[in-house]
Write a protein that binds this ligand. Structure first.
Ligand SMILES: NC(=O)c1ccc[n+]([C@@H]2O[C@H](COP(=O)([O-])OP(=O)(O)OC[C@H]3O[C@@H](n4cnc5c(N)ncnc54)[C@H](OP(=O)(O)O)[C@@H]3O)[C@@H](O)[C@H]2O)c1
Length: 216
């Protein structure tokens, strides 16, 4: 698959690492072109020249920017994202990382969805997997779980295929409004890093019965 990742910070690196492990063609875009080029050279990815051309060529567009920037990008790039599978990975944290800026009756994913064309297929994913664990591809020898929420089953299946090719477990948790719980779980995971001093090295894991078809 052609995977476009917008944003080349910690999560851009982590998701690109898994995408390349899954033998995808990975294109990186960052406002800071030199930063995108440096990561692309290091990992063996490509760099997007024009964002809209890169979006047109992508099977999946991963928006790996802070929530406020993701809202802004959704507004700015909206029309070019028509018909595309768009992955939102954001945790809409407040400045002190003690809470979310979204109210309880919505989520970052739903707010971003409102700004996209109706034909765009938004999938929430990766918001509960910390960047260093994506780079490593596991925690303590255990496969990482990536929880997916979205309203389009075919889009979720495509993202699940991408996730699994990178050596991770994909767990479809339901419709896009399940992102409210995923973002709360993301926040809980972040607060635990400070309480447990675990350096963003933990992972949320759904322990499955051994005969489950999705167990790895
Ligand atoms: N870090 C984690 O472990 C983790 C885990 C799960 C989810 N997340 C979520 O993943 C997202 C990215 O987190 P991160 O840790 O990768 O952050 P990061 O290391 O700070 O990287 C953010 C990237 O977004 C770019 N960016 C910032 N503002 C932008 C704008 N207005 N337009 C375009 N690009 C912009 C930054 O570019 P510049 O550096 O040039 O500003 C940078 O490349 C966040 O929504 C976060 O909540 C993070």
């Amino acid at each position: 698959m052609n995977i476009l990742i917008i944003g080349t910070g910690n999560m851009g690196r982590g998701i690109a690492t898994r995408a390349l492990a899954g033998k995808n063609t990975v294109t990186l875009y960052d406002e800071d072109g030199a930063k995108a080029q440096a990561l692309a050279t290091e990992l063996g990815a490509r760099v997007a020249g024009d964002t809209r051309d890169a979006i047109a060529a992508a099977d999946i567009v991963v928006v790996a920017t802070p929530y406020a920037a993701s809202l802004e990008l959704a507004k700015r790039l909206g029309s070019s994202l028509g018909g595309k599978i768009v992955v939102d990975i954001s945790n809409p944290l407040n400045d002190s990382y003690t809470g979310l800026v979204t109210s309880g009756d919505t989520s970052a994913a739903e707010e971003i969805r409102k700004l996209l064309p109706a034909s765009a297929k938004l999938v929430k994913a990766f918001n509960t997997t910390f960047a260093p664990t994506l780079v490593a591809g596991q925690v303590a020898g255990q496969t990482l779980d990536v929880f997916l929420a979205g309203d389009d089953d075919a889009a979720k299946a495509k993202v699940a295929e991408f996730v699994k090719a990178g050596g991770l477990n994909a767990i479809d948790v339901g419709a896009l409004d399940r992102a409210r719980q995923l973002e709360a779980l993301g926040l809980l995971g972040i607060t635990l890093q400070f309480r447990l001093n675990t350096g963003f090295g933990t992972a949320w894991k759904l322990v499955l019965p051994s005969d489950s078809p999705i167990a790895r």
